[in-house]
Design a protein around this ligand. Sequence first.
Ligand code: NDP
Length: 282
Amino acid sequence: MAPRIIDGKAVAAKVELETAEGVARLASRGVTPGLAVVLVGEDPGSQSYVTMKERDCARLGIRSFDHRLAASTQQAELDALIDRLNADPDVHGILVQQPLPKHLDVEEAVARVSPVKDVDGFHPENLGRLMRGLPGPRACTPWGVMRLLDEYGIDPCGKRAVVVGRSLLVGKPMGLMLLERDATVTTCHSRTPDLPAMCREADILVVAIGRTKMVGAEYVREGAVVVDVGINRTDVGLVGDVDFDAVAPRCAAITPVPGGVGPMTRAILMSNTIAAAEVQTR
Ligand code: NDP
């Protein structure tokens, strides 16, 4: 049977409708939600992400505050900007685009953002809330994956989930979110022996490694759901970590790249901004 192609664009459009409703709700109370984006340096990938986020804000009626700083920016300057944004009542969400230039302390920057304005869900307090099963802003990419699974009626409960990648941005929170929904979770990484065999155990396989088309048919059990988080820039455009053509025929459902997880990450960021504005203006 042909696999279901999980349409991230369509689900992201649905999330955006909810966001627009949130914007209208806030407007009825005289509140315009605001998102500040801090970009340090000239990383081309980060620049294009930030530009897309600003466009999303404009389309949805969210005010965006754009702070593009030189690559030579010092920690004290970045800290002072984050402090100003924390204190600004027009700013409900703060996003410090990663990666930061190497001389800057990413842990310091992430922890400095007020937890209620942490729309990325990366603040230690918010990761702690996820770990404890408490509500709070959730990391956009894995939260977007959870929404995709829900929209397609894929219930993680009782399933064997394998997450490949253990970054703080994707892999670790992804594993916790699947666990929270009663999946049996294995997290794999670069030191995992016999990765294909481990992945073949998965009913739900989430791949977030950053290696172009590394995951081929030998990694996937017949009938599995495969979620490809990878975004790799190649001469032929954006390509995932999964070899879609080889893997898709084995799957029950699969996300494409582009058009799968990527649009969800952006949509969830906007939705987290609305939630943050609602919490701060209650
Ligand atoms: P990181 O580089 O921070 O982490 C990559 C992870 O993959 C690490 O845990 C690493 O293991 C593991 N890994 C790398 N190579 C292998 C390998 N050969 N076998 C097994 N595991 C391996 O990346 P991110 O988590 O930030 O991003 C992962 C991918 O997802 C990238 O392509 C990124 O562009 C994309 N991405 C997409 C988003 C979206 O919206 N769709 C959002 C964020 C990221 P170890 O820890 O041992 O080094």
